[in-house]
Design a protein around this ligand. Structure first.
Ligand code: COA
Length: 472
């Protein structure tokens, strides 16, 4: 896309894009040949005063206005639709899907810097976008790759902790244990102990967030190799990008297409606004000034639930069961019957439905496009495509699910399986690596903007009954 086209796209999206005064898409790109460009931390430091003013102005003008009534049903119903959280990195529209700082997934795939010879966006660029609202230059992205590679080593005691986990312990539990243990070296926890001024919280939060993201591939690679074999993880390559290093640590570094898949995978799984379980948990725990390692460790425990991130594992388990029951070449009628039998036995069809979305998830579509380009004849991809033709009608007929369409988890396992990453219990770990990007970006801003301790009000059923006694 030309710069002019990018600018017009920016203008088109300016209603939803989180743009900061004085900044325009491409301004960083335009200066890419000029003197040294700011690092991400320098850029955040530049942006903070303006954003503090922005929040102050919004609160002064709108602070006492209501979003609307809170229904008793929302209190009992998992707080669906309740406006309660500030989250800047992304916004989820029920019909259109996710936009990262105003950019849709196709726009991100188009605009964000790529690796030489690659087609998919580098997640480093997405992190920059999530944090600043700006599209970085290739040079800024390369600096981030280098910085993360330099921070990637995990302390020996964390390696020991991972090595002592029984291989039967679920990889997500191992992942969470290791991330929590990184808190040992938290810059934020140390600074807080030493009496850091509130105004400076964001600095060590930034450092911890960068360390967190940088160390996740080393943790994931170690867990994968301990549980499934492959020997000790190789050293991280300081000249390689994040996804290349992640793939190498897992043992798939020589498969170019898998590396491209990781770039796409991390980009699209990174953030899904603030109300989902992992994002909200990270923000909530961070609000107690628990450091980013503790906050994100808590996120991972939420992601490990089957209605959230574990659904990517559950999809493959469900598909495999289906294959063993009705065969790989089952007819449409047989598949339909299998879907009905799942529903009739009181289970959910994994990978379908969503608490917010009411259309096919664009993250599903992005993965489908990747499959159509790289593995159109793959049997598992064909099965996933066949299911896509059948499940929505069955869910509609069953009449319960508000959204009968596939979500991100309906597709990812088929792609990973194609490249030989067949161990489905590991899939949510990759989701976790990616989700750190969105949670960390918000943690930095929460501390920069002085977000307070979260403490919503709860009510007992008795109190709710009493509140409406004698009222219509
Ligand atoms: C994602 C999910 C948890 C959203 O839940 P939600 O917001 O409560 O969804 P709805 O309002 O549409 O749920 C209404 C009913 O339909 C059911 N339903 C929703 N999606 C369903 C699915 N894929 N299969 C079967 N039933 C489903 C719900 O369980 C609920 O049943 P209940 O009234 O007996 O409790 C839900 O769609 C689900 O369980 N999907 C499968 C798991 C999954 O893919 N998770 C990953 C999400 S990214």
């Amino acid at each position: 896309m030309s710069l002019a086209a990018a600018r017009s796209l920016l203008l088109k999206n300016s209603r939803v894009a989180h743009l900061r005064p004085g900044l325009a898409l491409g301004s960083a790109r335009l200066s890419s040949t000029s003197a040294k460009q700011p690092t991400l931390k320098e850029r955040v430091a530049e942006l903070i005063p303006g954003e503090l003013e922005n929040v102050k102005a919004i609160r002064a003008e709108h602070g006492k206005k209501a979003f609307g009534p809170v229904l008793v049903d929302q209190v009992y119903g998992g707080m669906r639709g309740l406006p309660a959280l500030l989250w800047d990195g992304s916004v989820l529209d029920a019909e259109e899907g996710i936009r990262f700082r105003g950019y849709s997934i196709p726009e991100c795939r188009d605009l964000l810097p790529k690796a030489p010879g690659g087609d998919e966006p580098l997640p480093e660029g997405l992190f920059w976008l999530l944090v600043t609202g700006e599209v970085p230059t290739a040079e800024q992205v390369a600096e981030l790759s280098k910085d993360w590679a330099a921070r990637s080593a995990i302390p020996e005691f964390v390696e020991d902790i991972i090595d002592r986990c029984p291989p039967t312990l679920h990889p997500m539990t191992q992942f969470s244990i290791a991330v929590n243990a990184l808190n040992h070296n938290s810059a934020f926890a140390k600074a807080y102990k030493e009496g850091i001024n509130k105004k400076d919280y964001w600095g060590p939060t930034f450092e911890d967030s960068m360390d967190l993201i940088a160390k996740l591939p080393s943790i994931a690679g170690r867990i994968y190799r301990n549980v499934y074999g492959g020997g000790n993880p190789p050293a991280v390559d300081s000249a390689a990008d994040y996804s290349q290093n992640l793939a190498t640590l897992l043992g798939f570094g020589d498969r170019k297409e898998f590396v491209e898949l990781m770039r796409l995978y991390i980009t699209i799984h990174s953030d899904h606004e603030g109300g989902n379980v992992s994002a909200h948990t990270g923000k909530l725990v961070g609000s107690a000034l628990s450091d980013p390692f503790l906050a994100f460790g808590a996120s991972l425990n939420g992601l490990a639930g089957p209605l959230h991130g574990l659904a990517n594992q559950e999809v493959l388990v469900w598909l495999r069961k289906m294959e063993s029951k009705i065969g790989a070449d089952a007819s449409t009628e047989q598949v339909k019957e299998y879907v009905w039998s799942t529903l009739k036995s009181g289970q959910v069809v994994p990978g379908y439905g969503h608490a917010v979305l009411r259309k096919t998830d664009p993250r599903y579509t992005a993965q489908r496009e990747f499959a159509l380009k790289h593995l159109p004849e793959d049997p598992m991809f064909k099965l996933v495509s066949k299911i896509y033709q059948i499940v929505p009608d069955v869910l509609l007929e069953a009449g319960k699910a508000k959204n009968p369409w596939p979500n991100v988890d309906a597709h990812s396992g088929a792609l990973l399986t194609h490249y030989g990453l067949t161990q489905m219990e590991f899939y949510t770990v990759l989701f976790g690596v990616s989700r750190a990007f969105g949670v960390a970006a918000q943690l930095i801003w929460d501390r920069a903007l002085g977000a307070p301790l979260e403490r919503p009000k709860s009510y007992s059923s008795a109190a709710i009954k009493k509140m409406f006694e004698g009222k219509q």
